[in-house]
Ligand binder design. Structure first.
Ligand SMILES: NC(=O)c1ccc[n+]([C@@H]2O[C@H](COP(=O)([O-])OP(=O)(O)OC[C@H]3O[C@@H](n4cnc5c(N)ncnc54)[C@H](OP(=O)(O)O)[C@@H]3O)[C@@H](O)[C@H]2O)c1
Length: 239
């Protein structure tokens, strides 16, 4: 039986391409997570037309009821989950203001999807992941969440307070999930996809094909692969 992967925010962008590569290149059955059933089903139709094993799963990561329902569906149909990719995320309007002027509501709205929702999905699917022989959890973060890259000047003047700090939180959550899985066959890592041209980042210089690669790489790591680390295209990134 093929392995089962759930990708949140998979109706477009990096998430959709991650689903495609996992199904096409690695034989996964992919559960295409989307909050909107029309957008999700359109994405699934596209993958099915390419001959891939893809199914729509309704999941709004910010809505605990929706997350619980999605987990019940996966449990009833498959009894376990091999790969969870927490990919859904965004930059909220108002986040490009000077850092100290960003409205607190922008932080709240950003953390709601990028941090709290990611944790809700992770904690809800955790028991199903632990029923896998070797689960892989991949959290889609950003180099913008690196404290080192902000403090050593690598990121220059690019400062998006709520988004950057939310991704730093994602990195910290990941180290803790990974700690919980030490001495188990399961692994949790966090990734930077690159600056990828999507609706989120119109200036991106990588294609979605390139942008999905790091999520896919970490979803298929074997038993001696990393746990609790931060990657971009095979390179370890600083926290
Ligand atoms: N593109 C880049 O350069 C870049 C760089 C670093 C990290 N990332 C990360 O990569 C991930 C994917 O981004 P992308 O570039 O592929 O963006 P995208 O094309 O805009 O896709 C974002 C996905 O997340 C979902 N989403 C956004 N806000 C949501 C909310 N409030 N509630 C539920 N779902 C929500 C979207 O669903 P709807 O279609 O329903 O809105 C969509 O499926 C994100 O975590 C992002 O932070 C991207």
């Amino acid at each position: 039986m093929s392995k089962i992967a759930l990708i949140t925010g998979a109706n477009k962008g990096i998430g959709l391409e991650t689903a495609r590569q996992l199904a096409r290149d690695h034989g996964f059955t992919v559960l295409v997570g989307a909050r909107d059933s029309e957008r999700g089903n359109t994405a699934v139709d596209e993958l099915k037309a390419e001959g891939l094993n893809a199914e729509f799963i309704a999941i709004d990561p910010t809505d605990a009821e929706s997350v619980a329902k999605a987990a019940q569906e996966v449990e009833a149909k498959y009894g376990h989950l091999d790969v969870l990719i927490n990919n859904a995320g965004t930059i909220v309007d108002g986040d490009f203001a000077p850092p100290a002027q960003v409205e607190t509501s922008v932080l709240r709205d950003t953390y709601d999807i990028n941090v709290f929702a990611l944790h809700e999905v992770t904690r809800t699917f955790w028991p199903l992941l632990e029923k896998s022989e070797a689960a892989r959890l991949v959290n889609v973060s950003s180099l913008l969440g690196s404290l080192t890259a902000h403090s050593d000047g690598t990121l220059g003047d690019y400062k998006v307070l709520a988004y950057d700090s939310s991704k730093a939180a994602v990195n910290m959550l990941t180290t803790h999930y990974a700690w919980q899985w030490k001495n188990t066959p399961h692994k949790a890592n966090t990734i930077h996809p690159g600056s990828v041209k999507t609706d989120l980042n119109k200036q991106g210089d990588l294609t979605v094909e390139e942008g999905a690669k790091t999520s896919v790489d970490l979803a298929i790591i074997d038993a001696d692969g990393p746990n609790g680390e931060f990657f971009h295209l095979g390179q370890k990134l600083p926290w």
